[in-house]
Design a protein around this ligand. Sequence first.
Ligand code: NAD
Ligand code: TDX
Length: 341
Amino acid sequence: MRNILVTGGAGFIGSNFIKYVLKNFDYNIINFDKLTYAGNLENLSDIETDKRYTFIKGDICNENQVEECIKKYKVDAIVNFAAESHVDRSILGAREFIITNILGTQVLLDAVKKFSIEKFLQVSTDEVYGSLPEDQKEIKFTEKTPLDPSSPYSASKASADLLCIAYFRTHKLPVLITRCSNNYGPYQFPEKLIPLMIAKALNNEKLPVYGDGMNIRDWLYVEDHCSAICKVLEFGKFGEIYNIGGNNEWHNIDIVRLILNKLSKSEDLILFVKDRPGHDRRYAIDSTKIKNELNWEPKHKFEDGIDKTIKWYIENQNWWKKVMSGEYLKYYELNYSQKIV
Ligand code: NAD
Ligand code: TDX
């Protein structure tokens, strides 16, 4: 394995992954990204001149573009990050989610088959499992938990996972699937909880908390997700699913209070708004399998990761101020104007 095609590498996790791989491995990386609102080449400006890195603007739904890229760069493995990734946007309109997340994955799987690619890793999510009971802390998602997605986003990701497994069984494709919990860290688009709350607090604007703020998410620092993907890519068994999590459950409201506290801002900035429809109450990942079989563990403690993340958003205000404009403002108005009660 020498040449790795990373789809969606200009987004949050993909760009962190590319930097992690260039730092720790000797692979050539081809970043294939459509550059939607979430794709930003600035995320990669510090490595864009690395000889092992190439950027191609392309759409995973476009068979010709995908095939040309695979032929030209003699691709050995594919890691698929490319997706529409925001639950609230999937509630406002599901079509792009179905097209990119499902059809795009099918195009990639067919290309894996046609060009006998050595490995295909599908970056999936814990959201495919639906919601956990909040009062039974011993219950977590395992790889055997049935799929039960609640949003159009998670339904599209679950569909893509099923396609991957079907191609493994039917065509014997070298497929690997990872399902990770909520990531946080530098370069996360400020539509997601942690960067949105940091940006709002720094701007002294209201912080919109959905429902009662008691929903639970299991937070993992993005670099730990990247190291887990590398483990699975190197040592994972084809046809297998690997859950990845931080063993780090937080109520949303406590995350919001923590951010305000660290920025020395008043809790009066919190604004409870109407709940997200179909809002999953609790996510929690059981990572026993990846720990035992692939010897992976997260390295970052939440207290350190959140400090690093807040520091990054303080020091990179130009980055997030630029992306919180134009199309984003229209989305923000559409999503949040319906939620103010
Ligand atoms: P993101 O929205 O920040 O980035 C998505 C990237 O995909 C962008 O660069 C975008 O331009 C690109 N893209 C979108 N449609 C494309 C297409 N048709 N062709 C090529 N490129 C396209 O997303 P993220 O948060 O970095 O998530 C990356 C992946 O990880 C997604 O598959 C997501 O489901 C999964 N995931 C995310 C999290 C999380 O907490 N963010 C957790 C678990 C899994
Ligand atoms: O303004 C907000 N207010 C709020 O209370 C936003 C944007 C979110 N929330 C809540 C909803 C969730 O309970 O915070 C929690 C986290 O929300 P998001 O950041 O939108 O993440 P989530 O819906 O949990 O999904 C994320 O994790 C799994 C990623 O966006 C997905 O791509 C990934 O698959």
